[in-house]
Design a protein around this ligand. Structure first.
Ligand code: SF4
Length: 311
């Protein structure tokens, strides 16, 4: 793996652009959550696929699919970041999270499971929390079956599973995530099998655009609050979000409070996760992808405003 460039801020997030064989490129990120010091929380966000065949409507990492990363290619992103701070591969961070969420749907790459299985053979990281965020693509049953096994055998309560569903309107969900995927019943059945009492609940993530709704009755029909929690995030300012007229101005101005209250009244734990807006400027946030920005001619006002530094 050759690092080509990086951008960002040491005290918020840094994005790296790396190249593998045949000129195939990925990006990966390390971030902290100010004011929490790195020793308490450190988050790595790595890519699972070269490009992504899912093409979610708001995501700049979609398209240009060129295959899956091998186990070694997945690990080399982690190893680069770990060794740059902890050369002995001993990571004394209280909450050390790795999200397989920069470019590529992780359930489309079985090698992700090998990384999860072998992680503790390579790194001494008592605070490690793996995080899988998925749109639950159809045809990945084997991945999910094995993931459940790995969680039960190795990680137990130290595992974060998130389903990105974005809306309870099935037609809108199909247009936001334009591939075949599990329906709510399948997600619910799997989530309930995954959840264990007193462990982390399964997250249902909604990148909540202004024209998107969440119907608490639909949620209640499928997702019991004892096993599922709701995470609301903004749609970040990406090229694709702009192209599809998706933005979260109302959420950012506090105008979705009624919806949040309704969800809480239904019994759900609701996490509103706005994150660091500086990350939009860096290009390190969810759905952002710097290489695509580099190819676009028009500037976006609220994002991608940091210069790339060659490495
Ligand atoms: S959000 Fe994830 S699954 Fe959707 S296009 Fe982007 S990388 Fe792929």
């Amino acid at each position: 793996m050759k690092i080509l460039a990086k951008t960002g801020r040491e005290d918020v997030a840094t994005v790296y652009i790396a190249e593998f064989e045949d000129g195939k490129r990925v990006e990966f990120v390390e971030s902290v959550q100010p004011p929490i010091p790195r020793g308490k929380k450190w988050v790595l966000i790595i890519s699972s696929l070269f490009g992504c065949c899912v093409n979610c409507a708001f995501c700049d990492a979609g398209g240009n699919y060129r295959g899956k990363l091998s186990k070694q290619e997945l690990l080399s992103q982690i190893d680069f970041l770990v060794k740059s701070r902890y050369p002995e591969r001993k990571i004394p961070v209280e909450k050390f999270k790795i999200q397989f969420a920069r470019m590529g749907e992780p359930a489309l790459n079985m090698n992700v499971l090998d990384v999860l299985s072998e992680f503790h053979d390579i790194y001494e990281a008592p605070g490690f929390i793996p995080s899988i965020s998925t749109i639950a693509p159809a045809g990945c049953d084997k991945f999910f079956e094995n993931l459940l096994q790995i969680k039960k055998e190795i990680y137990k309560e130290r595992f974060q599973l998130q389903f990105s569903i974005h809306t309870t309107d099935r037609n809108l969900r199909d247009s936001l995530i334009p591939v075949k995927k599990w329906d709510f019943k399948q997600i619910s059945d799997y989530g309930q099998a995954f959840y264990e009492k007193n462990h982390r609940k399964i997250t249902l993530n909604f990148a909540l655009a202004d024209n998107t709704d969440i119907n608490p009755d639909v949620l209640m029909e499928f997702f019991p609050p004892k096993a599922f929690l709701i995470k609301i995030t903004p749609v970040n300012p990406t090229y694709n979000a702009k192209k599809h007229a998706l933005c979260s101005d109302m959420l950012l101005c506090g105008k979705r409070e009624n919806l949040l209250s309704e969800l809480k009244l239904s019994g759900y734990e609701v996490i509103l996760s706005i994150g660091e807006l500086e990350e939009n400027q860096i290009g390190s946030n969810c759905g952002q992808y710097i290489e695509n920005y580099e190819q676009e001619k028009q500037k976006l006002e609220k994002s991608y405003n940091y210069r790339l530094q060659p490495v």
